[in-house]
Design a protein around this ligand. Structure first.
Ligand SMILES: *Cc1c(COP(=O)(O)O)cnc(C)c1O
Length: 391
């Protein structure tokens, strides 16, 4: 960025939005050995690596238990099953999130109630949470839980959320699909809510090479229940089934891959933070709002997301950037309460204006641990250029 002539040269290779190939080059021999060991062992379901990974993830997160499962959506659904949440129950969720947060609630035939988010953190607004609890009661529903989302890698404000939840009798579930490895106020993701769920979808900060997910909890009874639920409701024996569960396990192969990825993950988190800081230093004061990390918080930067100026033509801006070879993505163009299948659920009675504004104006830039200074400099110059042109 110091030398703008340098960064005017378009990088010779296509700029990826997320560069999983660069990561793989870094640890390919270890990866090959880990995969070969699983193939030799032949225990493809619940093999040794699954329990080994669960122990490592729990230690990393500072949680007593980690229960792995098939994906991040199942992780949410398993928690809702463990809490026996179903028809007539309301679960407060932010409307500005990936659809899975609310979909898991719908799967249980419970009712998501859509809350607004804060513009500066993209996370659940606690005042909106309170209004949604009252709204749920007014609609004749039992408010049972809140699913806060650690959107784009930043943990939500669990101090405030846990406090409201204890007053209102809600179970707190952290949807940390985008935030494993993050921290806030001295606690790591996995130890801030009664339940924390995460996803190992390849594009997440800690991703595998397929689908995968996990649940963290300190509660021994919940752990035993979740272990049964992920395996067809097994009792003490796997062919003695004592409840209705799911078929939702993490593959041994994916566990082996994650064990290798976890080794380089702390370094990757540092790298993502350096890259985010560079974006912020270069883009603040350019008619865009840059993401803000509250004091005492560590983000893992699943996304680096700008808020564009009001009234800007986002699509043409994206097209201009794409023509210069800079890929961008809109996470998320539709708040959930405006999408057909979710449109009949209750919403904060004061409305969700921040979510509706963000859906129109957010734009995420390429973000991964292997983004070079040169490529990032090029991206930043192109973004400044198109912003300058459209303002
Ligand atoms: C990715 C994601 C999920 C779902 O994870 P899958 O593993 O794809 O099922 C849930 N919530 C949020 C916020 C996500 O980003």
């Amino acid at each position: 960025m110091a030398d703008s002539r340098l960064s005017e040269r378009k990088p010779s290779a296509k700029i990826p939005f997320i560069d999983l190939a660069a990561q793989q080059r870094r640890f390919k021999p270890e990866l090959d050995r880990a995969i070969a060991r699983v193939l030799e062992g032949g225990n493809y379901i619940m093999g040794r690596e699954v329990a080994e990974l669960e122990g490592q993830l729990a230690a990393f997160a500072g949680a007593r238990h980690c229960i792995s499962c098939a994906n991040g959506t199942d992780a949410l659904q398993l928690v809702l099953m463990a809490e026996d949440i179903g028809p007539g129950d309301a679960v407060i969720v932010p409307t500005f999130t990936f659809v899975a947060t609310a979909e898991a609630v719908m799967e249980r035939r419970a009712t998501p109630v859509f809350a607004d988010v804060d513009a500066s953190t993209f996370n659940l607004c606690v005042d909106s949470l309170k209004r949604c609890v009252a709204q749920a009661r007014a609609a004749g529903l039992r408010p049972r839980a809140v699913i806060a989302v650690d959107l784009f890698g930043l943990p939500a404000d669990y101090r405030a959320i846990n406090e409201i939840a204890s007053t209102e009798g809600l179970t707190v579930i952290a949807d940390a699909a985008q935030a494993f490895g993050a921290a806030r106020n001295g606690a790591k993701v996995g130890g801030m809510a009664k339940y924390t769920t995460t996803s190992f979808f390849p594009a997440k900060p800690l991703g595998c090479y397929g689908d995968g997910g996990a649940i963290f909890t300190d509660d021994d009874d919940a752990r035993a229940l979740l272990d049964s639920l992920r395996f067809h409701g097994k009792g003490t024996h796997k062919y003695e089934n004592i409840r209705i569960g799911l078929s939702s396990r993490l593959d041994t192969l994916q566990a082996a891959i994650l064990i290798e990825k976890l080794k380089i993950f702390p370094e990757e988190i540092e790298s993502r933070n350096r890259i985010a800081d560079r974006y912020t230093a270069a883009l603040a004061n350019n008619a865009v709002a840059v993401p803000r990390v509250p004091d005492g918080a560590l983000s893992v930067w699943a996304q680096y997301t700008l808020i564009l100026p009001e009234g800007i033509d986002r699509e043409s801006l994206q097209r201009s950037l794409q023509e210069s070879g800079v890929p961008t993505v809109v996470y998320y163009p539709n708040p959930l309460h405006l999408m057909g299948v979710y449109a009949s659920n209750p919403v904060d009675p004061d409305g969700v204006p921040v979510s509706e504004m963000l859906a129109k104006r957010v734009l995420s830039l390429p973000m991964h641990a292997y983004l070079t200074t040169d490529t990032q400099g090029y991206i930043v110059d192109r973004v400044r250029e198109v912003l300058g042109r459209s303002s």
